[in-house]
Design a protein around this ligand. Structure first.
Ligand SMILES: C[S@@+](CC[C@H](N)C(=O)[O-])C[C@H]1O[C@@H](n2cnc3c(N)ncnc32)[C@H](O)[C@@H]1O
Length: 220
């Protein structure tokens, strides 16, 4: 038997009430993002705080993010990094990432942010060719187009040092991964991704049914 508390709306509010410590700048960014039609793409504040904790827990200095949107996870990461730390951030949208740039500036962390605009696969190919890049990253967060998750994950594993952590968002896809009537490209890509990571002996693995499902893979 599994002990699993039913995390309903009221319990989620309770968890937030006993744990959430959202910095003002992140709250302001969330409010700004909420005005956008696609605001649901943003991670939750609880997730942002969790990323921040992970970055600090592993002592990350060099991070990578695939999928920036308006920058909530990027800013949470940049704020958690130590002085001299850096986060390379990849996204295809000039428009959305302009907001991320603005808030990184406001938060006083723009010196830690290296934002690269373009298709993330091409940006990752370019990054992989940079001298010293392979094996130099401590932390990777993947939260972009689901069809390319495996390519992003493979690049992440090359870029991470042994003991580096990759975190992947939306792996449960609102439960669609279990619904066989859902055969769209995003859902099928996530099913394939999850099955491949399950069998990947290069990593220590944990999947948490938190938010929309998060995969944690620690490079061996
Ligand atoms: C779910 S949002 C990211 C949310 C963000 N992590 C946050 O905390 O708000 C996904 C992002 O992936 C970007 N994206 C989608 N396809 C992409 C691609 N092929 N290359 C680069 N970025 C892409 C989108 O522009 C969008 O900003």
């Amino acid at each position: 038997m599994r002990i699993q508390v039913d995390v309903n709306e009221a319990l989620q509010d309770y968890v937030a009430s006993i744990s959430l410590r959202e910095p003002d700048v992140l709250r302001d960014l969330r409010v700004k993002t909420s005005e956008l039609p696609l605001s649901l793409m943003q991670i939750s504040p609880e997730q942002g705080q969790f990323i921040s904790l992970l970055v600090k827990a592993i002592g990350a200095k060099k991070a990578l993010e695939v999928g920036v949107f308006t920058g909530y996870s990027l800013l949470a990461t940049a704020l958690a990094l130590p002085e001299g730390g850096s986060v390379t951030a990849l996204d295809i949208s000039e428009e959305w990432t302009a907001i991320a740039r603005d808030f990184a500036e406001r938060a006083g962390v723009s010196d830690k942010v290296d934002l690269r605009i373009g298709d993330a696969r091409a940006s990752l190919d370019a990054l992989l060719l940079e001298e010293g890049a392979a094996g130099s990253f401590d932390f990777v967060f993947i939260d972009a187009d689901k069809e390319n998750y495996w390519a992003y994950y493979e690049a992440a594993l090359t870029l991470l040092r042994p003991g580096g952590l990759v975190v992947v968002d939306n792996v449960l896809w609102h439960g669609a991964v279990l619904d066989e009537t859902k055969q769209d490209s995003e859902t099928t890509a996530l099913r394939e991704f999850n099955a491949k990571v399950r069998d990947d002996k290069r990593v220590e693995l944990s999947v948490l049914p938190f938010a929309d499902g998060l995969t944690f893979a620690l490079k061996r």
